[in-house]
Design a protein around this ligand. Structure first.
Ligand SMILES: Nc1ncnc2c1ncn2[C@@H]1O[C@H](COP(=O)(O)OP(=O)(O)OP(=O)(O)O)[C@@H](O)[C@H]1O
Length: 449
């Protein structure tokens, strides 16, 4: 969505901005909206506008307030939110979260994480936030000074459609200046609360908001608008880079396991390899790797394309083995056993294991139906398996050596454990004792990394 920006904002303009954003997101009769309601002026303004639009547009409206329990005023804010919503007949839910004071991300970061985790549990079509253009500029600057790429510099999106089970996210005021929202709130005679932590300059974001941005705007009038516009251009750029990465991915012979042909990857220009690896990392929900790590990874891949490699990429790792390359969560993840009750797929680390129904191959369905316990598990003490019918039982270490699997892969292999026995091992195959006879129905696990 292209964000429309307004310098001065009489009452009707704010309402128009919000209704345009709703129209872009195709919010209409029957849509469920839930305002993330802090009680601050931004979410107060959003909730006020939406309360007036709801009867006209026919959407359902409610609100949620997250009580962090950090400020001495936290109870008073929750009470304010409750009253504000009561008067307008908007159902409000108050979530209490606990925030660790010694979190490595700092208090601010930990509170944000706890808030987002609570909001992610809300069942609604759209979560609506009060972020505005000044917030956008602050976010972009914050990321730039801390180090970011095109995705980070794109700041926040006005519309983030729902993915999977989660709600979509709407920021209908993203094109409005903070002062225009204040003006609106005063004109409507609204009340709001001021978060005392917003003035604490020890917090990096507050310092940017209260000190850096005003100085910048004095020297460069229009700086906030320019940063907002740049963010939109970065967002377009991000979309194009993603498209390019997807095209490159297709050229690199992707297989069902999510691995790519290393030779095809190495034919790409360096910047395209970095772009492709960034997409692979992002697709697994992991933090973007630093540029230095990407440069080092590519250097090693180019200098030893035949070696089994496990190269750190921040919270991810780039793995190369027998001409294939893939990205996965870095080695320090813990793999926990998980029961299989016939699901079509189970998560495994940053990937998953998909269970395909087959005939004449895979694990015999008859054995699975008669089993008392079936789990997907990491290796266990004394684990042994026959690589084929009539073959000797071999330890996991020996099986991996026979198959040329590097030792760093052993701890992460998914194993289908049927009544305490390995029936299938990811990367190695189906056990000779569990294999399906020709013409018989079977289940073939496929490990997508
Ligand atoms: N305690 C809260 N409960 C519910 N919603 C909240 C709360 N705090 C903030 N929000 C929502 O998040 C929006 C942005 O708030 P604020 O600018 O304080 O957070 P931020 O930390 O800068 O942003 P973000 O959480 O998106 O990173 C608010 O307008 C509101 O919609």
């Amino acid at each position: 969505m292209v964000v429309s920006r307004t310098a001065t904002l009489p009452e009707f303009r704010l309402e128009q901005t919000v209704s345009e954003a709703l129209a872009h997101a195709r919010v209409g009769a029957g849509s469920r909206l839930c305002v993330a309601f802090s009680g601050g002026v931004d979410s107060v303004a959003v909730l006020d506008v939406l309360t007036r639009l709801a009867p006209r547009m026919g959407f359902e409206l409610r609100a949620v307030h997250v009580h962090h329990g950090l400020s001495a005023h936290a109870d008073a804010w929750a009470l304010f939110c409750t009253r504000f919503c009561e008067v307008r007949g908007v159902p409000l839910e108050v979530f209490r979260v606990s925030v660790a004071r010694d979190d490595p991300d700092g208090l601010e970061g930990a509170a944000r994480r706890a808030r987002h985790a609570a909001l992610a549990t809300i069942e609604t079509d759209w979560l609506v936030f009060g972020h505005h253009l000044d917030d956008q500029a602050e976010t972009v600057l914050f990321r730039l000074v801390r180090g970011t790429g095109v995705r980070g510099a794109a700041g926040m999106a006005a519309i983030v459609p729902a993915q999977g089970l989660g709600a979509g996210r709407l920021r209908p005021l993203l094109g409005c200046r903070r002062r225009a929202i204040l003006e609106y709130a005063k004109m409507r005679g609204l009340e709001w609360v001021e978060d005392d932590s917003n003035v604490d300059l020890r917090f990096a974001r507050n310092y940017l908001r209260a000190v850096v941005l005003p100085v910048l705007e004095r020297g460069f009038p229009g700086a906030v608008d320019s940063i907002g516009r740049a963010a939109e251009i970065f967002r377009e750029g991000e979309g194009l880079l993603e498209t390019l990465a997807q095209l490159d991915r297709e050229r690199c012979d992707p297989d069902a396991e999510g691995t790519l042909a290393l030779s095809a990857v190495l034919e790409l220009a360096d910047a395209r390899v970095f772009n492709l690896l960034r997409l692979e990392v992002h697709a697994r929900g992991l933090a973007a790797p630093s540029r230095n790590r990407l440069i080092e990874t590519l250097r090693q891949l180019r200098s030893a394309p035949d070696r089994a490699l496990h190269l750190p990429l921040g919270s991810a790792a780039c793995c190369a083995y027998r001409g294939r390359i893939w990205v996965e969560r870095s080695i320090d993840q813990a793999f926990e056993p998980v029961a299989w009750r016939g699901e079509t797929a189970l998560a495994w680390g940053s990937g998953q294991v998909v269970f395909e129904r087959v005939v004449g191959s895979g694990v015999a369905l008859e054995l699975l139906s008669a089993a008392r316990s079936i789990r997907l598990a990491p290796r266990w003490e004394g684990l042994a398996m026959r690589a084929g019918p009539g073959r000797p039982r071999r330890s996991l270490r020996k099986l991996c050596q026979d198959a040329g699997l590097p030792s760093w892969m052993r701890s992460r292999l998914p194993i289908l454990e049927v009544d305490g026995e390995a029936a299938w091992i990811g990367g190695l195959g189906v056990s000779g004792d569990h294999r399906c006879a020709p013409g018989e129905p079977g289940v073939l696990p496929v490990w997508r990394r």
